[in-house]
Design a protein. Sequence first.
Length: 393
Amino acid sequence: MASLPLEPHHPPEQQQPPPHLYAQPLQQHPHQEAVAKIPHRRPEMGDEKTISYMAERVVGTGSFGIVFQAKCLETGETVAIKKVLQDRRYKNRELQLMRSMDHPNVICLKHCFFSTTSRDELFLNLVMEYVPETVYRVLKHHSNVNQRMPLIYVKLYTYQIFRGLAYIHTVQGVCHRDVKPQNLLVDPLTHQVKLCDFGSAKILVKGEANISYICSRYYRAPELIFGATEYTTSIDIWSAGCVLAELLLGQPLFPGESAVDQLVEIIKVLGTPTREEIRCMNPNYTEFKFPQIKAHPWHKVFHKRMPPEAIDLTSRLLQYSPSLRCTALEACAHPFFDELREPNARLPNGRPLPPLFNFKQELVGASPELMNKLIPEHVRRQAGLNFLHPTGT
């Protein structure tokens, strides 16, 4: 369906949105499902039709609001609707960012509409594609049956996480700021992964201060714990590294019980940060006295049969110095993911892998060597691509 003709944000307080931006009042059905009827104009047809959504069940709640699973009554399509209280004075950053995104590993915004309550509260409703599972629930399933996640799925899920991050970081200039298993959706049939919940996301501007109390604790980069306000998209890389380690271990790597304890958990593995590493995270803390603890070798953090490529990638992601962490695109090219690039790579049930090599603008500026690594030879042959010409040819 075409997007609704909405402005990218709620207008100023004095100016109400035009009537066609509102859903008609929610109607209650016997089982308390709500129906939102949204006028939908098709300029090319010169007509107007109504799209109706029936809320079926609540699939998520939080300080942000509530997420429903809903059905479009006209098409039968299942969608997710995120309903958030809208302050009339401000733009909605999540809506602005989501309207500009289009990537296989990022959740897709289909429509949006405003609704009001009897108390004159204004709500923004984001209508998104529905993806039934999360990496968090998949992890929990394996934990409940006392099994580790098969390595092929660890590779598949984390590769797609980094591919989604490469897109939002390089093409959109967006930092997600809340990468965690709960915000990674998984289609249980295709195993396609999508980044979701851009409620904390922001375009980071160099030299501009940002809040440091961001990101869920287990996945919070150390510079945030140190109170840094001029951080970069490398905070997402740290979070993704924590997710990778959790998929490999079957449990969180840094399960801190408070912000301070979170730093203790990190130090127990990485050792005490050097003065230079502290300076890179937050220069105000260089004189702070930390207990001197040696780093715990990565090969001892994981079990003995852990592939060395998995350990190497984790160590490149979880660096104290933000600038030393590899980029999302570099992570995608890591040898840990080479199995996914094999011509005959398949899911364990024999079905094909989800799309992994249909890169968009995120490859702009990448070296020919990196592009050749990211797009396997068999894919390049099919598409007639060649990024790297040997000397003399």
